[in-house]
Every structure is written in structure tokens, then in C-alpha cells.
Design a protein around this ligand. Structure first.
Ligand code: 13P
Length: 250
């Protein structure tokens, strides 16, 4: 059985003092969960969040990284830097990075490889635009993005990757994919992984859903056959609300 993995993506929100307050409220609320809980926070919060989650079940992730180990890349942060302070996860290829910061399938693939080489778990985002959806291209787009993100990895590496299916039209809009629809897309991603890497690998890969997840729809989404938890934006900024999502089965 795959475990449920529920990650918050704070995006460009939360100052260190707000992050610390959040954790003080959030940690006791999720201490008994069997689900994996991750907070993906801005670089400037990482150190504070790592310190304040030390004695908790909360894991910490970054929201981006560079694919090179080091060098003249002003403003960038490497996988090794993240690893050195205790970060365990990193979001790669979020649609906002693809749309506003020229992230491509090729850079996503390079980053996934570097993350794995540095023992970081990549949370790789894939998802279609509204236009692509209306043209009936959803499955083609998301399976192709998945294939390209994983290109060149071996089976044992693919098993370590988390995929987040995030339909772009559902991000920050309040519009959620229906659980049936989201599960169908997640299934299509799993089938693509099965075609390339075999059924056993596909059965083990964690595939999340993201896009306007909230406490009122988490249970319906996370209890489908193929959705293994969520990547949560806006609703992860409020401790009580995010805790309800993490504890969705209660
Ligand atoms: P919202 O939950 O705010 O729609 O954001 C989803 C997302 O982009 C998570 O990475």
C-alpha cells in the first residue's frame, strides 16, 4: 500500500516569524497522523523551519533548486546546499516556474537527476492549461511531461520520485478537478510510468493531486484509487486548515 503524502507549498509567502508561529500551532495538530507531512517553504524560511520542526514528524522541502552542483549562477541554490542543512524534498517544475521563470521539460529533467544524486526527493509537477484541456489534450500533455521529467532515470530512481498532478486551471482559482477526473489523470500518469518502467515501479510511485485542495474536498480526492495525497498551496498557509487536510480521514 502506498502511503499518503501531503505537502504544503507556501510559494512566496511567510516571513520567518510567521513560519515559526505556524509550526507552533500546526505541529501538535498533526503529531498523530500516519500520513507523511511536508512543508515546502521559501529559502529564507528553511533554516527556521528546520530548527522548529526538529522534534516533530514534519519534513521540510524547498520550492526549487539549480541542476548544477556549484558555480557562477548568481541567485541560485544547489541541491548540495539544501541537503547540507537537512532539507529532504524539493518541488521541481511547478507550473508557476514553467510559466514565469522559463522552466522547461529539459531543465526539469536535469534538476530531477541532480536532486536524486543528492538524496533529495523531487516533487515533480505536471499539469495541463485550460486551453489544452478544452482541446482534449490533457492526457497527452501530462504523460509527456512525466516521461520527459523521468528521462534517463533507472527504475530504482523513478520509485523515489513524487509526481504532483496539478491542472493549471485549478491552481489558486478555487476550481478543483472532480475527484473522478483528477483520479483519471493520475491513473494516466501511472500507466505511462508502467509502460516505461513496469507495473511494480508504477505501483510504488507516489502521485499527488494539487489545485485548490482544501479541508472540504481533501477526503474525496485522497480516497480515490490512485491519488496518494496532495500538494497544497493557499490552504497550507493556515495551520488549522492545513492540519485538517493532513488529518482528512479523521
Ligand atoms: P492552490 O492550492 O493555492 O490552488 O495551489 C496549488 C499549488 O500550486 C500547489 O503547488
Amino acid at each position: 500500500m502506498r502511503k499518503k503524502v501531503i505537502a504544503g507549498n507556501w510559494k512566496m509567502n511567510m516571513l520567518p516569524n510567521e513560519a515559526i508561529e505556524f509550526i507552533q500551532e500546526f505541529a501538535p495538530l498533526v503529531k498523530d497522523t500516519q500520513n507523511e507531512v511536508i512543508l515546502c517553504v521559501p529559502y529564507t524560511d528553511l533554516f527556521y523551519v528546520l530548527l522548529n520542526t526538529q522534534d516533530t514528524n514534519i519534513k521540510v522541502g524547498a520550492q526549487n533548486m539549480h541542476w548544477e552542483e556549484n558555480g557562477a549562477y548568481t541567485g541560485e541554490v544547489s541541491a548540495k546546499m539544501l541537503k547540507s542543512i537537512g532539507v529532504k524534498y524539493v518541488i521541481i517544475g511547478h507550473s508557476e516556474r514553467r510559466a514565469y521563470f522559463a522552466e522547461t521539460d529539459e531543465t526539469v529533467n536535469k534538476k530531477v537527476k541532480t536532486a536524486l544524486e543528492n538524496e533529495l526527493t523531487p516533487i515533480v509537477c505536471v499539469g495541463e492549461t485550460l486551453e489544452q484541456r478544452e482541446q482534449g489534450l490533457t492526457k497527452d500533455i501530462i504523460t509527456n511531461q512525466t516521461k520527459l521529467a523521468l528521462d534517463g532515470l533507472d527504475e530504482s530512481q523513478v520509485e523515489k520520485v513524487i509526481i504532483a498532478y496539478e491542472p493549471i486551471w485549478a491552481i489558486g482559482t478555487g476550481k478543483t478537478a472532480t475527484s473522478e477526473d483528477a483520479n483519471d489523470s493520475v491513473k494516466a500518469i501511472r500507466e505511462e510510468i508502467s509502460k516505461i518502467y513496469g507495473q511494480n515501479v508504477a505501483n510504488r510511485v507516489i502521485i499527488q493531486y494539487g489545485g485548490s485542495v482544501k479541508s472540504s474536498n481533501a477526503k474525496e480526492l485522497f480516497t480515490t484509487s490512485d491519488i496518494d495525497g496532495g500538494l497544497v498551496g493557499g490552504a497550507s498557509l493556515k495551520a488549522e486548515e492545513f492540519a485538517k487536510i493532513v488529518n482528512y480521514e479523521l
